[in-house]
Design a protein around this ligand. Sequence first.
Ligand code: 8YV
Length: 315
Amino acid sequence: MTASSWTKQHLLLLEPLPEPTLASLAEYFIIHPFTNMDDLAKIAPDIRAIATGGSYGVAPEVMAALPHLEIIAVNGVGLDKIDLTGAQKRHIRVTVTTDISTNDVADMAMLLLLALKRNLKTNEQFLLDGNWAAGKLPPLAHSLNGRKLGIAGFGRIGQAVARRAQASNMEVAYFNPHPREGSTLTFEPSLKALAAWADILVITLPATAATKNIVNADILAALGKNGVLINTARGSVIDEEALLTALKSKSIAGAGLDVFQNEPTINPAFLTLDNVVLQPHQASATIETRLAMGQNIIDNLLAYFSGKPLLTPAC
Ligand code: 8YV
């Protein structure tokens, strides 16, 4: 399809996209970056498509303000900030970037884990402070080799974490609503039992009503004082007050967190801890992956407005 044989539709942009993605998108759509509800009211009747991020989603009032909305293309895989039932009722299609970010997100889980276990932050500070040059040595770190890694949520990302953990010679088991067909790894139907078994608990669960605060004080107590928690899923799956208490009292050893409740204004108590590694929701934020995600958005939108099947529909 060429841009010249195409009638440009109006698209509401709710979250920034990479420049090259925006440039390609602009060949086919009139892009309206969201500013505020008053400005939106002026263009609302024209809008037929939305592009948004997984962590940003679509606010209910924005969806309600768009009478001719037909498709929401999500730059991510998380659907927790989108009213899917409402979309279905209005026959609004929703697409996600299925499987594009899987490996990067799994890499982030391992990065957080290795940074914690191998004292990456404190060792670098030690070097920068001149301690090494002064002939000192930092304390020894901890090995991943032979450790037990439990994965909560065994979809694509959970399985990609498992492959990496096995390559690091770790024992792996998983918690999931059901055993994953074809997997030879140990399925553990109880999250608490998995946490009690594991040295490291990696959360790759989707954010749903059922998983809200699923990692609570009980699970953290089961993980224990040598246990490490890694979260690359969504902040809502962890009871953050319980986690902060566990981290402050050292009743777990540490946490590697890429996601939080109330992003980006996260609970400031996280900033005061010495047993955490924190990232500003960067698991899928590589140039390669974000450009591929952007292309997926464009391809889905073009397919939809050409009457072709969606590439990666969520509904
Ligand atoms: C992105 C995400 O950070 O896939 C998701 O659901 O949360 C991430 O990949 C986000 O969608 C970027 O907008």
